[in-house]
Ligand binder design. Structure first.
Ligand code: AMP
Length: 575
């Protein structure tokens, strides 16, 4: 039997264990869960408990429970557990022993060796303490691995020479960013920066303050002195925060919050993002610092890897994309990536050559069409709801508003593709929602995309104020079939067989693709002209035609007349 070297992420809040089994990386469940709280306790019978069981008694028995021991590693500070004192290495060894024993039970095989990860900024003493903890747990620690290096390994780092990667690690209590390079097969952390007091817990705290202020305003009661209620609010707001990663708004209901009165609070993702923006800016400052320490700029970075639960916040992705032009990778579960990378290293040390981390992701972005102002005219653009590389199944929603007063219907469209222009993407399906309230423009409609492992996309549009909803399920695999149909028609036109010219939909009309190509070319030229010095009457005429052509494209209408009109005007203007 081949030697087994497991990979362990010994985290401040949670720990995980993974292993390379014949080239495939598997995360081992601990007490049925891939993530185990890094929590150690003594129960009421005096028995040692580790993981979720210890976490459960944290509030009821804080004197018999230890959390976040990682912060004390490498110091002489002892912690009390019941009536005894323990060193940080001893407490950590209880966590490692639990992971080892659960791993052995699951694999039905003894585990003797491990690769254990530590933050890049850990000093020699902290690393030695980690090694000692492993030995106390009965493990030979064959390698202490930097966490960002492990993340890079999980994403296939080391396969391509000359790669420079960035690891953005935002957990519950800490933030780290590292620049990692691969040269001659060696992965090296070139620069690392961070803030040991910045993470998801701070986001929770901002939401708690927001809720306390709302309760004071509505009920006139200040909850600041009521520690028990504040703890309850923290739990509720942490859950709301997680939901805001997938939904544009959530409602928090806490009954009898102060023993008498209820809290009902609606949170919008946009407001929440405004609250956390100053903290997010701090992470970007660290990021720039580590890039400048490594004497690099954003354009030198080939991959950005996200680590830590709080990187599921959509604002993290947007800021990295919009501010730095970086396209973050998030297909590997950010809670498990470090342990998986450690398992890759364990596999290499055990002589394994092939590694694969299999994740089901969507290789395409799924968007909905929205009306948007562009160069002074309105056109339909694709607004991404499920970005490419999202792990499946995926469920995401966003909020949109009506454009006109008394607008009682909206057309909901779903596109697959990366372009902002619908005509460059593939239309998956569309439907109308009728019967909206007759209210001024700005009526809010939530559009929810659920994409399952089989490629079925369930699209739901809900009028926020009334709950009026319509759901349609679309088969995204049809998007590929269209190309096959087109190819069949092309072949049929050559060999003279009936080619399906009677198809009902525009995208299947034989000349539609040619019309679309002409329209795209004309529109590009027209938009180029709009940026030049042409008279305001000509610009207005051009915008009108662009608008009409955009509408015709979005409705998959016959484009002959629109193309002709645009071509005539361009002929005259370009002369
Ligand atoms: P970690 O230290 O890596 O385990 O990350 C824990 C932090 O991630 C906590 O603050 C969690 O509230 C946060 N977190 C977990 N899931 C999500 C999510 N879906 N959206 C936003 N934050 C999350």
């Amino acid at each position: 039997m081949k030697e087994l070297i497991v990979g362990i992420d010994l985290g401040t809040t949670n720990s995980e264990i993974a292993v390379d089994l014949d080239g495939e990386i598997k995360v081992i469940p601990i007490h049925g869960n891939p993530i185990m709280p890094s929590c150690v306790g003594i129960d009421s019978a005096g028995k040692l408990i580790v993981g979720q069981a210890a976490r459960n008694q944290l509030i009821a028995a804080p004197e018999s429970t230890v959390l976040s021991i990682k912060r004390k590693m490498g110091t002489d500070e002892k912690v009390k557990l019941g009536d005894k004192e323990f060193t940080p290495e001893e407490i950590s060894s209880f966590i490692l022993r639990e992971l080892k024993q659960e791993g052995e039970r699951h694999l039905d095989q003894a585990i003797h060796k491990a690769v254990i990860t530590v933050p890049a900024f850990f000093n020699e003493q902290q690393r030695k303490a980690t090694q000692l903890a492993g030995e106390l747990a009965g493990l030979e620690v064959v390698r202490i691995l930097n966490e960002p290096t492990a993340a890079a390994l999980a994403y296939g780092g080391g396969n391509a020479d000359g790669e420079t990667m960035l690891v953005y690690d935002l957990g519950g209590g800490t933030f780290d960013v590292s620049v990692v390079t691969v040269e001659a097969g060696v992965i090296e952390v070139k620069a690392s920066h961070g803030d040991t007091h910045l993470g998801g817990d701070d986001f929770d705290q901002l939401l708690v303050e927001h809720a306390v202020a709302a309760f004071k305003k509505a009920q006139g009661i200040d909850l600041h002195q009521d520690l028990k209620t504040l703890r309850r609010l923290k739990v509720a707001m942490e859950q709301a925060k997680r939901r805001l990663s997938d939904d544009p708004c959530v409602t928090v209901r806490e009954e009898y919050l102060d023993g008498e009165r209820h809290l009902e609070l609606e949170l919008m993702r946009t407001d929440y993002e405004e609250m956390i923006l100053p903290l997010m800016e701090k992470t970007l400052i660290c990021l720039h610092q580590s890039l400048s320490d490594a004497m690099l700029g954003p354009t030198n970075i080939s991959k950005v890897m996200l680590v830590g639960g709080a990187t599921r916040t959509p604002l993290v992705h947007r800021l990295l994309q919009n501010r730095l032009g970086l396209d973050p990778r998030f297909e590997i579960n950010p809670d498990l990536i470090v342990a998986m990378g450690a398992a890759v290293q364990g596999g290499v040390l055990a002589g394994e050559k092939r590694h694969s981390i299999l994740v089901d992701i969507t290789p395409h972005t799924f968007s909905t069409g929205i009306l948007s102002d562009h160069l002074g005219y309105r056109r339909v653009e694709c607004f991404p709801i499920i970005p490419r590389n999202t792990p499946l199944p995926a469920s995401k929603a966003d909020l949109f508003t009506t454009c006109y007063d008394d607008q009682i219907s909206v057309e909901v469209t779903a596109y697959q593709g990366e372009n902002v222009l619908p005509e460059e993407n593939t239309l998956i399906g569309n439907f109308m929602v009728e019967g909206l309230s007759e209210v001024p423009a700005g009526n809010q409609v939530i559009i929810h995309f659920d994409l399952d492992l089989n490629g079925m996309l369930k699209v739901t549009a809900t009028e926020k104020a009334t709950g009026l909803a319509k759901t349609v399920t679309m088969d995204t695999r049809g998007a590929h079939r269209l190309d096959i149909d087109q190819a069949r028609r092309n072949i049929a036109s050559l060999v003279g067989e009936p080619g399906g010219a009677s198809s009902e939909t525009a995208s299947e009309r034989p000349d539609h693709h040619a019309q679309l190509a002409t329209a795209k070319d004309l529109r590009k030229r027209a938009e180029g002209l709009l940026q030049k010095n042409i008279s305001s009457e000509d610009a207005a005429e051009l915008r009108k035609l662009l608008q009409e052509s955009a509408e015709a494209i979005s409705m998959s209408a016959d484009l002959t007349d629109f193309n002709e009109a645009l071509s005539d005007l361009l002929f005259y203007l370009e002369d």
